[in-house]
Design a protein around this ligand. Structure first.
Ligand code: PEP
Length: 252
């Protein structure tokens, strides 16, 4: 069983590379993995490339972009936490907004996946975030509270030694080139911590930011002690970009 925060490295900040449904070929995946193989980075390639990436990297850690909540059985097309664990995967992104929006993933499904990850010693990276309309309607806190409360509900009464990572990813900032402000993220960190306490959850997660992070804006977020890292999508496919971001994180 992994210890608190699953000791990824000597540094406190966590940088997660979410390759999403990229790249198109195994050869390219191996190239990006080889060039991005630095300590303090968690690489989350598509399932298809997990094994090859696991053989290519020596310093970075391996993460999955999703998992199914059952360990085995008749679930066509799904990938189980046991299969991931046996491949050397240590982390799993769960509840990414692209899955919530495109595949109808609900908070209850997210909760089952979070519990399945923890049961299999995988550190879950729970993604929460509001849409542009929800923000405009003043519903940000309501949405985040709901996603946290339900998403973590199956862990709440279980003894656990493995803390989730919580990624606050405002949906309007993902892939748009317009990140949220560090000030808003700092308020969100405070809100997330308060919500866990008022919900009676004795979890102590790292809280990271995601949404159009690149090597130009990463420092604005990572320099704050309260922001424990970043989840990086588009920029993580460029090895020189992700390496720069990891270097920035190491300074703090
Ligand atoms: C993401 O995939 O979660 C993400 C934050 O993407 P991007 O960095 O491209 O906005």
């Amino acid at each position: 069983m992994c210890g608190i925060y699953d000791k990824i490295s000597s540094m406190d900040k966590i940088i997660i590379a979410n390759w999403k449904m990229n790249p198109a070929s195994l050869k390219e995946a191996e190239k990006i993995a080889k060039e991005s193989d630095v300590e303090d980075l968690i690489i989350c390639p598509p399932f298809l490339f997990l094994e090859a990436v696991s053989k290519t990297i020596h310093k970075a850690k391996l993460g999955a972009q999703d998992l199914f909540w059952e360990d085995k059985g008749a679930y066509t097309g799904e990938v189980s936490p046991v299969e991931l664990k046996n491949l050397g995967v240590k982390y799993a992104i769960i509840g990414h907004s692209e899955r919530r929006q495109n595949l109808g993933e609900t908070d209850k499904i997210v909760a089952k996946k979070i519990a399945a990850a923890v049961d299999n010693d995988l550190t879950p990276i729970l993604c929460v975030g509001e849409t542009k309309d929800e923000r405009a309607a003043g519903k940000t806190e309501e949405i985040i509270k709901r996603e946290l409360k339900i998403g973590l509900s199956l862990l709440a009464n279980q003894p656990h030694t493995l803390n989730p990572i919580i990624a606050y990813e405002p949906i309007w900032a993902i892939g748009t080139g317009t990140p949220d402000t560090p000030e808003n993220m700092l308020n969100m960190v405070k809100f997330i911590k308060e919500t866990l306490v008022t919900s009676g959850y004795t979890l102590n997660p790292k809280i990271i930011y995601g949404g159009s992070v690149n090597s130009q804006n990463a420092e604005e977020f990572l320099k704050h002690e309260e922001i424990n890292g970043a989840l990086v999508g588009g920029a993580s496919l460029k090895s020189e970009e992700i390496i720069k971001i990891v270097k920035i994180a190491k300074q703090y």
